[in-house]
Design a protein around this ligand. Structure first.
Ligand code: T46
Length: 133
């Protein structure tokens, strides 16, 4: 099964432009506890390089684009996020890296839990040990 799980977000646009609405437990498969966004990423910078033990997230490039690399310890898959109408589900125990941010990229992330640094695995060898046991 592919690591890349994309959801199409319905656009409620009309002649004035576009609008996308996101609701907990409706078009998002979890209750949203936190929202954050990444923008103004400097040229050549990549982010992420960690996994979460207990966190569901939905990532949407609301402007610009970036490339998300997902890795479950066995397989790596890359996907370009290029549309505000498409959301990537990132489940737990998935190593993620974000690369190739465009200058105008705004990456919006909806998360199922509040921020908890103890939930992060930031060391790749530790991640491999964690997913293999
Ligand atoms: C993820 C990817 C997609 C907070 O204080 N609260 C927060 O909600 C977040 C997300 C971060 N922070 C602090 C922790 C660090 O001191 O902000 C700083 C930067 O966070 P980090 O280096 O983890 O950022 P990224 O871009 O590498 O990763 C982020 C999320 O942290 C992560 O959960 O899945 O985006």
């Amino acid at each position: 099964m592919s690591l890349v799980k994309l959801i199409d977000l319905p656009s409620l646009g009309d002649e004035r432009g576009s609008l996308v609405a996101i609701e907990s437990l409706s078009n998002v498969p979890f209750e949203i506890q936190r929202v954050y966004y990444i923008f103004g990423t400097e040229k050549g910078i990549s982010r992420g390089f960690h996994a979460h033990k207990n966190l569901q997230q939905l990532a949407i490039c609301v402007a610009g684009k970036c490339r998300m690399l997902l890795d479950d310890g066995k397989t790596k898959e890359s996907v370009w996020l290029t549309s505000p109408k498409q959301a990537l589900i990132i489940g737990e125990n998935i190593w993620r890296e974000m690369h190739d941010f465009s200058d105008d990229c705004v990456l919006l992330v909806l998360a199922s839990q509040h921020y908890d640094e103890n939930d992060y695995i930031r060391d790749y060898s530790e991640f491999l040990r964690y997913v293999k046991c």
